[in-house]
Design a binder for this molecule. Structure first.
Ligand SMILES: NC(=O)c1ccc[n+]([C@@H]2O[C@H](COP(=O)([O-])OP(=O)(O)OC[C@H]3O[C@@H](n4cnc5c(N)ncnc54)[C@H](O)[C@@H]3O)[C@@H](O)[C@H]2O)c1
Ligand SMILES: O=c1ccn([C@@H]2O[C@H](COP(=O)(O)OP(=O)(O)O[C@H]3O[C@H](CO)[C@H](O)[C@H](O)[C@H]3O)[C@@H](O)[C@H]2O)c(=O)[nH]1
Length: 327
């Protein structure tokens, strides 16, 4: 069987997807420049160290490996950083992604699974958010993802490149077997930061804003287990392999949890108490982001296995305890 090129496969979500694909018998090649990922998150022999904006590197990978499909996780990922330095985000998430798409066209690779985000919706007009919800990103990061989504139909019409865009809500959790977990440097995501506070690696967790129009005043998010995202990627690829049309899907559990609820769940799971500091709102945070993922369930046959928040936090906690102190 032909190989899947996983760009950004040394990162948090990509590395879990690589492991999942291999367990399901798929052959994988990872292209990652290790700007945000880790060599030891990729199985031996799978990693090609390089940038998706490097035309020569792409030509070599496509020529050598008989690539049949691409899953593109490679991008910069921080909303706040994208506001401070939009140029870096436009160059990497748009410019370099275009090089990847062009290489796919040159080498006749016709299937792409693209990592998109809830950030394309901006401040939601209604919730839960389905695929038809208006797209109005409020920061450069979200705009980069929405722009790529919008140009993919042109690549399909001209070069036959079919795609599935997967819009993750809040990825969290870790490999249930404990081999992999979340590792961002610096870490900005709520669940790992709360667990760093629980383990004592961090003095306290800050709540960014307690005056939102939500029942307890803190932001509500839809946390989706990274392993369930991995399952969705394989289902999405199988969808294209079956000859189905290009599509886009929102991926979440459809349950919203406030920051205070996440903190309470972390206290219950870990059995540890830790300091909580109430601070100012973080710019650019919508009050509520909850997905309507009915379409992914019905079209892809996607069935999340680890939907409850306690399980998501328990897997992340096992990883934090086993590996966290080492980096
Ligand atoms: N983490 C989330 O909650 C979340 C939510 C929605 C969407 N996403 C998207 O999912 C994808 C993966 O996110 P993540 O949390 O695993 O991030 P991550 O930073 O852990 O992984 C991204 C990987 O891409 C690599 N990379 C970046 N630019 C590259 C380039 N030009 N060439 C080669 N490699 C490059 C990095 O080294 C890193 O290994 C991203 O596209 C992100 O925008 C993430
Ligand atoms: O120390 C912290 C960290 C986060 N938060 C809050 O916790 C919530 C979740 O924040 P995260 O940074 O964990 O996640 P985001 O919802 O900001 O971002 C996620 O969803 C976005 C889509 O909206 C992007 O795709 C992004 O890549 C992805 O991580 C937010 O209200 C945030 O303000 C805190 O209160 N304290």
């Amino acid at each position: 069987m032909s190989k899947i090129l996983v760009t950004g496969g040394a990162g948090y979500i990509g590395s879990h997807v690589v492991q999942y694909l291999r367990r399901c018998g798929r052959e994988v090649v990872v292209l990652d420049d290790l700007s945000g990922g880790f060599r030891d998150a990729v199985p031996a022999g799978c990693l090609v160290e390089g940038n998706i904006g490097d035309r020569a590197a792409l030509d070599q990978v496509f020529a050598e490996h008989g690539i049949a499909a691409v899953m593109n996780f490679a991008s910069f990922i921080e909303v706040g950083a994208s506001v401070k330095d939009p140029s870096a985000y436009y160059r990497n998430n748009i410019g370099n992604t275009l090089e990847l798409l062009d290489a796919m066209a040159r080498h006749g690779v016709g299937h792409l699974i693209f990592s998109s985000t809830a950030a394309i919706f901006g401040n939601p007009e209604y919730t839960p958010i389905d695929e038809a919800h208006p797209k109005a990103p409020i920061n450069p990061y979200g705009r980069t993802k929405w722009l790529i989504e919008q140009l993919l139909p042109d690549y399909e019409q001209a070069y036959g490149l079919k795609s599935v865009c997967l819009r993750y809500f809040n990825a969290a959790g870790a490999d249930p077997d404990g081999q992999l977990g979340e590792r961002h440097q610096p870490e900005t995501h709520l669940v790992p930061l709360v667990l760093q506070a629980a383990s004592g690696r961090r003095e306290a967790i800050s709540i960014f804003g307690t005056d939102y129009p939500t029942p307890d005043g803190t932001c509500i998010r839809d946390y989706i287990h990274v392993e369930d995202l991995a399952q969705a990627h394989l289902r999405a690829l199988e969808h294209l392999e079956s000859g189905a049309d290009s599509a886009a899907f929102n991926l979440g559990n459809g349950n919203g949890f406030s920051i205070r609820e996440v903190i309470e769940a972390a206290r219950a799971v870990t059995g540890r108490d830790f300091k909580v500091v109430e601070s100012e709102r973080r710019p650019g945070d919508p009050p509520v982001l909850v997905a309507d993922s009915a379409l992914a369930r019905s079209t892809l046959g996607w069935t999340p296995e680890f939907a409850d928040l306690e399980t998501i936090i328990a897997h992340a906690w096992a990883w934090e305890q086993a590996k966290g102190v080492k980096w």
